[in-house]
Ligand binder design. Sequence first.
Ligand code: FES
Ligand code: FES
Length: 168
Amino acid sequence: MTNPTRVNFTVNGVPSKVLVEPRRTLADCLRHDLNLTGTHVGCEHGVCGACTVIVDGDAVRSCLMLAVQAEGGNLATVESLGSAESMSVLQQAFQDNHALQCGFCTPGILMTAHALLGREPRASDERITEVLSGNICRCTGYIPIVKAIAQARNILADASRGPHSEDV
Ligand code: FES
Ligand code: FES
């Protein structure tokens, strides 16, 4: 066994210190050390995208990243988006468009979409489809998911223009 290492990062706005073995994945650290179980682990080798979280603005597969590699990082998990009582625009769009069934893939897809709309708020439907190619859903089908993300994009774009925009 290797000596545990202290890791410091911010998760969902909360500074966190965790003592982990150097081989511990970020996914296991989030789920087992910080009890952020919204991050799902499917394939554990970078294929399914269920474990996607955001690190410093980028969507990353937390099963492929070691917790120690997140030292000093600013992390966001699906728990940062909203709650059942107060859903984010993206979560509400998924509900409106029936964009989930079992929900196992949903945290990873939400975080992939959240990172995309953060980086590219005008992402086209084609771009949304392209980015989603890294996330596997086995039960919903992708049309409702793309529609949901496009709906969120449009709502967020309208909100950013504001009520006095000449574009409206
Ligand atoms: S669990 Fe990480 S990509 Fe599948
Ligand atoms: S909603 Fe079931 S795997 Fe995607």
